[in-house]
Design a protein around this ligand. Structure first.
Ligand SMILES: [Zn+2]
Ligand SMILES: [Zn+2]
Length: 396
């Protein structure tokens, strides 16, 4: 089959690779009909994610048609919810459905979705083995991703959600990641009536966080970025916008909140914050010589701006260590921080209903559509022109 493979920094190629096969009884094989490039795929593209191997198939946002099911998924009953021919959208993280984290809805903390021989990598880095994620390096299981004609989906009875007739691929594709991720980011703000929520980063996750915060009852959302097109998209959703090239963010936020600061702040930027503040230049220099791995400018600014007793929500991806973390501000102001890879499986059906009810149309975020064969070009476009390119959808 044809698939997009990683070969090193800024080197991805569409190649012919082996077709996926059923390995475990609960696997299914999907013929991919639509897949997207994620902002976090750019962290891989930029070589910020350790433990990638040449030839790894990328892509964790995908959907398609079931073409084969493992032996444990055949037959009737609860264990056989999907059949060959069903059209499904698949969550980006892989979860068994049976362990304690899965049973309590903490799907991204699944204890069983990393193959035993890969568990050590994240245990050393994080103290615990993390859960599986499609494509996202060997630290998260080394699973082949879905920017391909076919993909193996483990625990086919837990993650994939059947798409009702009448909805297009593009309407439901983002249930795989960015819509639930934006939704959980807003939920982690503990929004109460009258709250003002500030969102750093108006990329795809930021866009869904803005819309989710408003759907969850925020009185006001303030969006921060420097790309004119992304700010315009945020404004169209009903957010007030701040361009950090034009204003001092903390001062502007204080002014917009009567001197209090936002009730909750969302860092939808993550480890590759850009900008020319002194701490960011120092981070970039240290990252270049491997003294630190994550550039945490956005998170520092979030903590300094958030009101006393407020919530800090971090959907932005971080992978390593940082310094100059304003731990004093965090403690003295009594902030609460919630973060984590999204418990996608917990949100997909609920958000599918919102789409069916017409409360949100996720296709607003799509800026480019390309055939899978031009996926490398899609990565380049997304990397080099973040103002115009908000989301690239690939068709195998
Ligand atoms: Zn993603
Ligand atoms: Zn589990």
């Amino acid at each position: 089959m044809r698939a997009l493979t990683w070969h090193g920094k800024h080197d991805v190629r569409v190649e012919t690779v082996d077709d996926p096969k059923i390995i475990n009884p609960r696997d299914l094989i999907l013929k991919v009909t639509a897949t997207a490039i994620c902002g976090s795929d750019l962290h891989i593209y930029d070589s910020f994610i350790p433990s990638m191997m040449a030839g790894d198939v990328l892509g964790h946002e995908f959907m398609g048609e079931v073409v084969e099911v493992g032996p444990a998924l055949r037959g009737e009953g609860d264990n056989a919810p999907l059949k060959v021919g069903d059209r499904v959208v698949v969550p980006f993280n892989i979860a068994c459905g049976n362990c304690r984290p899965c049973k309590t809805g903490q799907f991204s903390g699944c204890d069983n979705s990393i193959p035993a021989e890969k568990g050590d990598i994240s245990e050393v880095a994080y103290g615990h083995a993390v859960s599986g994620i499609f494509d996202y390096s060997h630290m998260t299981g080394g699973y082949a991703g879905g920017q391909a004609e076919y993909v193996r989906v483990p625990y086919g009875d837990v993650g994939p959600v059947k798409v009702p007739d009448g909805l297009t691929d593009e309407q439901v594709l983002f249930l795989s990641d960015i819509f639930p991720t934006g939704w959980m980011a807003a939920e982690n703000c503990g929004i109460e009536a009258g709250d003002t929520i500030a969102v750093w980063g108006c990329g795809p996750v930021g866009q869904f966080a803005i819309r989710s915060a408003l759907l969850q009852g925020a009185a006001k959302v303030i969006a921060i970025d420097h790309h004119a097109n992304r700010l315009a998209m945020a404004k169209a959703a009903g957010a007030e916008v701040l361009n950090y090239h034009e204003v001092k963010v903390r001062e502007a936020l204080m002014e917009l909140t009567g001197g209090r600061g936002p009730d909750a702040c969302i860092d939808a930027v993550g480890m590759e914050a850009h900008g020319f503040s002194p701490d960011n230049i120092a981070d970039a220099a240290k990252a270049a010589v491997r003294l630190a791995t994550d550039r945490t400018h956005a998170l520092r600014e979030v903590i300094m701006a958030c009101r006393k007793g407020g919530h800090v929500s971090v959907p932005g991806v971080y992978g390593g260590v940082t310094d100059k973390f304003p731990v004093g501000a965090f403690m003295e102001k009594g902030l609460t921080m919630k973060t984590g890879q999204t418990h996608t499986q917990k949100y997909m059906k609920q958000l599918l209903e919102l789409i069916q009810l017409g409360q949100i149309d996720p296709t607003f975020v799509i800026s480019h559509r390309l055939p899978l064969e031009e996926a490398a070009q899609g990565y380049r476009l997304f990397k080099d022109n973040q103002d115009e390119v908000t989301k690239v959808v690939l068709r195998p």
